[in-house]
Design a protein around this ligand. Structure first.
Ligand code: FAD
Length: 317
C-alpha cells in the first residue's frame, strides 16, 4: 500500500486534533506516515498518539533549524523526503504554518496544491467548500504528488491502533533557508478556556451583545459550560472581542458538539465557520434572523434577559 504523508501539527506535547483528522483521511488513500518537523525532542511525546490514529511510520526530522515557525527549512526537508519516498499524497493542516509550508513545497516540487480541503476520496478527489459553503467543489491534483491542506474540524478522527516504526531523517538546512530566525517569543496569556477550534462547546457573541463589557455575559455562560468563547466578525470589527476569536469564513472554523449563538444574525460568512456543529442553539430577538434556519433550538428574545436566566438555571443544577 502506498505511503501517505501527514505533516504533524502539534502544540508542545499535544497532537492537534487536525492531525488526527488528517491521519483518518489519509487512510482512504493508503498507509499514513506521520512527519514530525521540529526542534530536538519534539517527536517523542507525540509518537504514541500518532500510532493510536493509524500512523504506520513516524519520520522525525529534528534540528534547531526547524524549531518554531522556521518554515523555509521545514519545506526543504519535506521536499527531500517527498522526492525520496514518493508518497501518494502529502497532507498538511490548513493553518498558517501548514499553508506556508505547503505553498513553498508546491513551488519547490512543481506539484499541484489544494488548500482548505474538507474531504478526500480514495482516487485523490478532494472536496472544498467555497464561497462560504455555498458551493462544494470536487478537484484533483493533475501534476505531481498531490499536496493537500486540510481544513480543521472537517471530519471526526477515528482511532486505528498501530505501532509506528520510527525513522530518523537527516536534516541539512541550506544557508538560504536560514535567513529567517526567531528573534523573540512572547508568551500568550492563556486562560483556562479550551482552544476555540478544539472546544466541544463554543458560546459566541455577535453585534447584538453590544459592547466589550457585555461580552462578560458570553464568557460567564461559556465558563459555566466549560466552553470556549467565539465572536462574529461584526463583534470583532467593533472591538467587542479580539479578532483571534472570530468564527467564520475569514476566522476560525469550529465544529463543536454544541454551538450557542448569542445576538448573531447568521450571515453566510458566519455560518461557514460553524454550520457543522452538532447542535446549534440561537438566541436572537428577531424571529426572522437567518440563524434560526440553521438552529436546532432557538430562543426568540433579548439575550440580556435569556442568558442570565440560563446562567441561573445552570448554577442551580
Ligand atoms: P448582525 O448581522 O448585525 O446581527 C446582529 C443580530 O443580533 C441581529 O440578528 C439582531 O436581531 C440580534 N440582536 C440585537 N440585539 C439583540 C439582543 N439584545 N438580544 C438578542 N438578539 C439581539 N462574519 C463572521 O461572523 N465571520 C466571518 O468570518 C466573516 N467573514 C466575512 C468575509 C467577507 C468577505 C464578508 C463580506 C463578510 C464577512 N463576515 C463575517 C461578515 C458577515 O457578512 C456579517 O456581517 C456578520 O457575520 C454579522 O455579524 P452579527 O451577526 O454579529 O451582526
Amino acid at each position: 500500500m502506498a505511503e501517505v504523508f501527514v505533516v504533524v501539527d502539534a502544540q508542545g506535547d499535544t497532537v492537534r486534533k487536525v492531525t488526527l483528522e488528517m491521519l483518518t483521511m489519509a487512510r482512504a488513500l493508503g498507509e499514513p506516515s506521520a512527519i514530525v518537523l521540529g526542534a530536538p525532542g519534539t517527536a517523542a511525546p507525540l509518537v504514541e498518539t500518532l500510532g493510536q490514529y493509524g500512523a504506520q511510520k513516524v519520520y522525525t526530522a529534528e534540528h534547531a533549524d526547524l524549531a518554531d515557525y522556521l518554515v523555509a527549512g521545514k519545506a526543504e526537508v519535506l521536499a527531500g523526503l517527498v522526492a525520496e519516498k514518493s508518497p501518494a499524497a502529502v497532507l498538511l493542516s490548513s493553518g498558517q504554518e501548514g499553508k506556508e509550508i505547503a505553498g513553498r513545497l508546491a513551488v519547490k516540487l512543481g506539484n499541484g496544491l489544494l488548500t482548505d480541503v474538507s474531504g478526500l476520496e480514495a482516487d485523490g478527489t478532494a472536496t472544498q467548500n467555497v464561497f462560504a459553503g455555498s458551493w462544494i467543489v470536487k478537484s484533483q491534483v493533475t501534476k505531481g504528488i498531490p499536496l493537500v491542506t486540510v481544513r480543521p474540524n472537517s471530519l471526526t478522527p477515528e482511532a486505528a491502533a498501530a505501532t509506528p516504526e520510527q525513522v530518523a531523517v537527516e536534516v541539512a538546512v541550506s544557508d538560504k533557508a536560514k535567513k529567517v530566525a526567531v528573534v523573540e517569543r512572547v508568551a500568550e496569556q492563556k486562560g483556562s478556556r479550551p482552544e476555540l477550534t478544539e472546544a466541544s462547546i463554543v458560546v459566541s457573541g455577535g453585534r447584538g451583545v453590544g459592547s466589550s463589557e457585555n461580552f462578560a455575559l458570553v464568557e460567564e455562560l461559556a465558563d459555566l459550560l466549560g466552553g470556549a468563547v467565539g465572536a462574529s466578525r461584526a463583534a470583532t470589527d467593533a472591538g467587542f472581542y479580539p479578532h483571534k476569536f472570530q468564527v467564520g469564513q475569514t476566522g476560525s472554523t469550529v465544529s463543536p458538539q454544541l454551538y450557542i449563538a448569542l445576538g448573531i444574525s447568521g450571515a453566510i460568512q458566519h455560518r461557514a465557520g460553524m454550520q457543522t456543529a452538532k447542535t446549534i442553539v440561537a438566541v436572537n430577538k428577531d424571529d426572522e434572523a437567518p440563524i434560526f434556519e440553521l438552529a436546532d433550538f432557538g430562543v426568540v428574545g433579548d439575550l440580556f434577559k435569556v442568558v442570565p436566566q440560563a446562567v441561573e438555571g445552570i448554577k442551580q443544577r
